[in-house]
Design a protein around this ligand. Structure first.
Ligand code: FER
Length: 300
């Protein structure tokens, strides 16, 4: 038999325990989002470009617009029909041939993630109208190469499928794009870039396949990025083949040590590259702004 007072004590203790548990869980969430690592900035961790001008990401009625479509393709790698989003520039015509940017998402994303973070089509419509970007096709595939490629449950468990995507990209995505669209199908007209896991993928796959890609960008690259010496085992070859190697990170991003390591090695080996560290974090602002800078510098 518990007394009335004792029961209240139990209720009070129970409530307190729930509060502690909830606080702990939200701290853990926060740690995960910041990806832990201590941030130590070096003197050359500074912006290579100014923040984009106001309105760079606003749709404009007074200019021509490109088109965004969801495309299906057969993936031999995964053994499934998969999806990718494709932007074709204003006035896209089979009479012309276009360069292609393959743009990859992060660990919690899919083929629609870049749309949520940046609306690449809006940025490109605006830049193309101003003559600041070359008309290009932008392909946003799903970088989680496994049968269930939705970002569900513990998304970190599907990290291995982001490595498998190398084969899907080279053997399934690129051939599907090149058979369906009017493209310039050579290394100097293929770019590969991505954010976080997609940044790591872009550096891993792009630098390994310099005969396929001449323009490479890693934004806030994640720990899936291979060690710099493995990424660029032959600096002279990379130097000769790369048209652009672009690394960026926010100075408030707990993953910055990954990009700093790649930058330090490239600097030591004298491999030319862009190193852009802005004021942002592991967030959509960094990715949207960086995409704006990157697309102006490819295919020209
Ligand atoms: C990790 C921390 C972050 C990791 C991946 C990420 C594979 C990816 C983050 C993202 O894509 O936003 O330890 O390991």
């Amino acid at each position: 038999m518990i007394t009335r007072g004792y029961r209240w004590l139990l209720v009070w203790l129970g409530g307190w325990l729930v509060l502690v548990a909830v606080t702990e869980a939200s701290n853990a969430q926060e740690r995960k989002r910041q990806f832990g690592g201590p941030i130590v900035l070096n003197p050359d961790d500074v912006p290579a470009f100014e923040e984009p001008p106001a309105g760079f990401d606003a749709p404009r009625d007074d200019i021509p617009h490109g088109q965004l479509e969801m495309v299906s393709y057969e993936s031999k790698t995964v053994g499934a029909t998969r999806k990718m989003q494709v932007y074709t520039p204003p006035g896209y015509s089979e009479e012309k041939k276009y360069p292609v940017l393959y743009l990859l998402h992060g660990i919690g994303g899919d083929e629609t993630e870049w749309q949520r973070f940046a609306k690449p089509g809006v940025l490109l419509d605006n830049l193309i109208a101003e003559g600041k970007a070359v008309p290009m096709i932008v392909v946003m595939p799903n970088g989680r190469a496994q049968k269930n490629d939705r970002a569900e449950g513990n998304v970190f468990e599907s990290a291995p499928a982001f490595a498998v995507f190398e084969q899907d990209l080279l053997n399934d995505v690129i051939p599907a794009i090149e058979s369906r669209y009017s493209v310039q199908a050579d290394r100097e007209h293929r770019a590969l870039a991505g954010l976080s896991m997609g940044g790591g993928q872009s550096l891993n796959f792009g630098l390994k396949h310099l005969d396929t890609f001449a323009w490479i960008g890693g934004f806030s690259s994640a720990p899936n990025t291979r060690p710099p010496q493995e990424l660029v085992p032959d600096p002279a070859d990379a130097k000769a083949k790369l048209k652009l190697l672009f690394l960026s990170c926010g100075k408030k991003d707990g993953l910055i040590r990954i990009s700093q390591g790649v930058h330090a090695y490239l600097k030591e080996q004298e491999v030319p590259h862009v190193w852009h560290v802005d004021e942002h974090a592991h967030d959509a602002t960094h990715w949207k702004n960086t995409l704006y800078h990157f697309v102006q510098r490819i295919f020209r």
